[in-house]
Design a protein around this ligand. Structure first.
Ligand code: HEM
Length: 133
């Protein structure tokens, strides 16, 4: 059996948080038509409930992300460094767009910021896999 290293703990926490932030958005988006069919405030209540796990997951992503950078600091040059900088910009975009999505007043604004949140989150995931590869 391979032993559980701190690197494995660090990456596992980062990946679990990514599954909630990225996967959770995709699943919630897929459920919206059914939730809307249930009528009343169902969509808003479900989205609010998702927020209570999504934002802590985002915080864990940032915290374990910093831990990743410290652990991989010997790699911080050339293409790795450029990929990380682009990833950080995409992560800021994902979090910022999510905050604007939550505060949006119109369906159009909610849709645009929600879509941007998802695309940026998926991009951050792929850039993360490139960094870890
Ligand atoms: C939306 C937010 C984020 C997502 C979805 C995300 C996703 C991922 C994924 C899927 C991996 C690959 C893990 C693996 O293959 O084992 C990864 C690796 C990595 N992430 Fe993130 N991440 C996010 C935020 C951050 C932040 C904020 C930082 C830095 C402050 C960061 C720094 C890193 C580093 C350095 C690696 C490579 C780790 C290694 O090779 O040991 N990530 N990320």
């Amino acid at each position: 059996m391979i032993g559980l290293s701190w690197d494995a703990v660090r990456l596992s926490l980062h990946v679990v948080a990514a599954t909630i932030w990225v996967g959770g958005q995709l699943v919630l988006a897929a459920l919206v038509p059914v939730l809307r069919g249930a009528g009343g405030d169902t969509v808003r209540l479900a989205a609010r409930r998702f927020n209570t796990v999504a934002w802590p997951a985002f915080a864990v992503l940032v915290a374990t992300g910093v831990w990743n950078v410290v652990a991989e600091r010997h790699h911080l040059h050339g293409a790795y460094r450029t990929t990380l900088v682009v990833k950080l910009a995409v992560v800021v975009l994902s979090g910022g767009a999510a905050a604007l999505h939550v505060r949006a007043r119109t369906a159009a604004a909610r849709g645009i910021w929600g879509g941007l949140t998802g695309v940026a989150a998926l991009t951050a995931l792929v850039l993360g896999v490139l960094l870890a590869g």
